[in-house]
Design a protein around this ligand. Structure first.
Ligand code: XMP
Length: 519
């Protein structure tokens, strides 16, 4: 069993980030709601606990408290922000509102050598209104800031630690080191959560689950479905058949790229279904964005069912579900977060189909999925591909989806993204993750005609929108400040090379209030 640090979520927006940062130190970490059952959590035989921050005040009625099994376990505990306050409260110390909220970057002064915090004075990121007034018995002050006399505390005998700041955010430059010291040195976890070991771990569990049965996968060309399929192939070889449905709504070169990536390994076990005509037929006259998504989702399921029957109905189906999806669907505090758009994926699960699911990425973060993809030898273009909506070009072709309009959009999109790639502006590796590069870029075709003049001729044609955004998480986004010369050249080429387009505009809206896609 791999060494695991359990993060208990007290409702912090950063709880996932704690688990991710711990894993970046090479130690496996899983996130649970603070009220998860002891049996479920202890089944992982954790090496230690991190208690996350949270919006509550420990004295407020109904404020979440540390479950008894955590303190009874005898394992090391690190409380972060609210987690530290909950620890203080549980062990008999006092927490009070601070005279001043502390928010943003502050300087931490570490008072003595200790196993958790590197010595010295360095910046950390704070966000709290309450603070520790009296330490619980057995604790000592470990560090302070101008506004927090107890910015960190420890009880070395019981191996309990608390930090008022957030080691998990990027604004705390030494945060990774602090989490590593906790996980590796204090909890004694072995830092062996590397891509190679992740692959070995996943392969073993896929084999155990699948046995000698046959498995079906739907590849879409997206990162998750590609890596999931490659992992299952590594595990069970020829027992796997992958189906790629060409919906006719793909970008230029996409089908070829998927075939090139998988044909070598899968051979005849890669089935490409040419379904463009069927999708266009189903979309005839459909202009409402949600209706488009429903139509495409339905169609996909019908086609997939047909292929599954043709292939003798394999028992298992591969799903590219990743850890953030799992966490978000079980966190009680976020149950009400509502959907802005129905994000059902082409390649998504046909709900009433008789399959058992294989979900090899269920416990992996996106960056781990990419690292595994690289280690499995998938092409970089695939592993680093920006997200592409399941319904494909249909939701970027506003108004009716016809073969001619999709062709127009595809051509304009290829010119735009090709120019960005040639200029080295598209993000394509982990090292570029934080650089101000474009995270996602595409063209949108509007059913809006405007007047133009080409040669001596009056034109009355449709409009292309260019959309390019920078973002870390796709939840919020800024429009990319692209070089004006690049935009000029892209615009010139689109009106010259794409028939039926006489105007190009650039979308300068942030998300929110706009979304990244137009439908
Ligand atoms: P929005 O438009 O909601 O998009 O700001 C956020 C991110 O999600 C992608 N997106 C989708 N991805 N199925 C997907 O897998 C979908 O139906 C879908 N709709 C939007 C979008 O491209 C952006 O990266």
């Amino acid at each position: 069993m791999k060494d695991t640090i359990v993060v208990l979520d007290f409702g912090s927006q950063y709880a996932q980030l704690i688990a991710r940062r711990v894993r970046e130190q090479g130690v496996y970490s899983e996130l649970f709601p603070h009220d998860a059952s002891a049996a479920e959590v202890m089944a992982l035989q954790p090496k230690g606990f991190v208690l996350s921050g949270g919006p509550a005040s420990v004295y407020a009625p109904g404020a979440p408290q540390i479950p008894p099994y955590v303190l009874e376990s005898g394992l090391p505990v690190l409380g972060v922000c609210y987690g530290m306050q909950a620890l203080t409260h549980a062990l008999g110390g006092t927490v009070n509102p601070a005279p001043q909220r502390e928010y943003g970057l502050v300087h931490l002064e570490v008072l003595r050598p200790n196993p958790l915090l590197p010595e010295g004075r360095y910046p950390v990121w704070m966000s709290h209104g309450d603070r520790i007034e009296a330490l619980p018995e057995g604790f000592e002050v470990l560090a302070r800031t101008a506004n927090s006399p107890v910015a960190a505390m420890d009880d070395l005998k019981r191996r309990y630690f608390g930090v008022q700041f957030h080691p998990e955010v990027q604004h705390t430059p030494r945060g990774g080191e602090i989490l590593r010291r906790f996980a590796v040195e204090i909890c004694g976890a072995t830092p062996n959560w590397t891509p190679e070991n992740i692959i070995a771990d996943r392969v073993a569990s896929i084999r155990a689950q699948v046995g000698g049965e046959r498995v079906l996968a739907a590849v879409s060309g997206g990162v998750d479905s590609s890596v999931a399929t490659a992992l299952v192939h590594r595990a069970v070889g020829d027992q796997l058949t992958a189906v790629f449905v060409d919906t006719g709504l793909l970008r230029a070169g996409e089908r070829e790229q998927v075939e090139a990536a998988f044909r070598g390994a899968l051979g005849a076990h890669l089935v490409v279904v040419d379904a463009a005509a069927e999708f266009l037929q189903a979309l005839r006259g459909v202009t409402d964005p949600e209706a488009k998504r429903r139509t495409i989702g339905e169609k996909f399921i019908r086609i997939f069912e047909r292929e599954a029957r043709r292939l003798g109905q394999p028992r298992f189906l591969v799903q590219g579900t990743i850890y953030p999806d799992v966490v978000e669907s079980r966190a009680p505090d976020r149950a009400n977060a509502h959907r802005i758009k129905s994000h059902h994926n082409v390649g998504g699960l046909p709900e009433n189909m008789a399959f058992d699911l294989v979900e090899p990425l269920r416990y992996l973060f996106k960056d781990e999925v990419r690292a595994v993809g690289e280690a499995l030898g998938l092409p970089r273009a695939l592993v680093w591909r920006p997200p592409f909506p399941g319904p494909g070009l249909a939701v970027r072709c506003l108004g009716e989806v016809t073969a001619a309009r999709v062709a127009k959009l595809r051509a304009a999109d290829a010119i735009f993204t090709g120019a960005l790639e040639a200029a080295g502006l598209l993000r394509s590796s982990a090292r570029e993750e934080s650089a101000a590069k474009v995270s996602q870029a595409f063209a949108v075709l509007l059913p809006v005609k405007s007047v133009g003049v080409m040669g001596d001729q009056r034109t009355y044609q449709e409009t292309i929108v260019l959309r390019a955004v920078t973002t870390d998480d796709f939840m919020t986004a800024d429009w990319a400040r692209l070089p004006a010369d690049l935009l000029a050249e892209v615009s010139r080429r689109i009106v010259n090379e794409v028939d039926g387009v006489n105007r190009v505009v650039y979308d300068i809206t942030t998300k929110p209030p706009a979304t990244i896609e137009w439908e």
